[in-house]
Design a binder for this molecule. Sequence first.
Ligand code: KG4
Ligand code: ZN
Length: 314
Amino acid sequence: MILALETSCDDTCAAVVTADGDVRASIVSSQGVHDRFGGVVPEIASRHHLELVNAVVDDALATAGAELDDISLVAVTQGPGLVGALLVGVATAKGIAAARRLPLAPVDHLQGHVAANFLEPGAMEPPFLCLIASGGHTLLVRVTDHRGYEVIGRTLDDAAGEAFDKGARLLGLGYPGGPAIDRLAREGDPQAFDFPTGRGVAGLDFSFAGLKTALLYKVRDLGDDAPRADLAASYQRAIVRALVDRVRETGAERVAVVGGVAANSELRAALADAALAPLALCSDNAAMIASAARYVEAVPYPRYLALDAYAAAI
Ligand code: KG4
Ligand code: ZN
């Protein structure tokens, strides 16, 4: 069995997954301490990971009915993400692995999101198109094998989840903004306002900065009379259209969607024919890291002791 850790942002995650991709345990401890700041505060995230990580690992093992003796590989997110947050996971994984002389598999966070599709039940086999849409990333990738992918489109500015979060802030909603806009949009008219969908952007890339500015001006113009539900519904419609249009433009028949934004109800309805991983596997989790680790070359003890986290995508 594989024990995996994921601490790239504000969720402290540990999972136990079999070599066949069965998830025996996937624990996600959301810190919930960043809401009042309207976004994740990196230093606070690191400190909370440090406080939570051992308990989350214990919880994952207990839930799986496993002990460290049952683990043959330790996996961890190496990057990209908040470097201080990543380091807590990397150091913890090194400690657990080194104590038992186990190999360690460093996993790229985005490869992890893609590998959520390889988990059972219903594992998806390449080739397929994958839309990764989260708070930090928005990418359209062609997955041709289990080990990698080719990026065919990416956001030129904000990530889709970031657009939801910033829009929610403009509408006076809480953080994270995606679920809040999703809820409010149900009471509004998505055609009330015409927001830009970034269609002017060439190729399969995305742009959400103009959309956010358009909302800012609308909120300013309308002031206290702003019909917030209509604004939320129209804003959400623009983000979903941008994502769905790009997916359709590829002509791909087999499509998977992962990342926190995959939880969006309008996106799920619009891409009903796509493979939509269970919500718990869409947002950040360690089961997807364990899944990716199955296809990574594990580093033997003690070579991984020199392993470092990386902040930016490589
Ligand atoms: O994948 P994730 O959990 O963490 C990152 O790696 O970023 O994604 C979090 C993002 C946040 O921006 C959040 O607002 C967005 O996913 N999100 C949603 C919904 N639920 C979460 N966006 C739209 N609709 C939702 N229902
Ligand atoms: Zn993520």
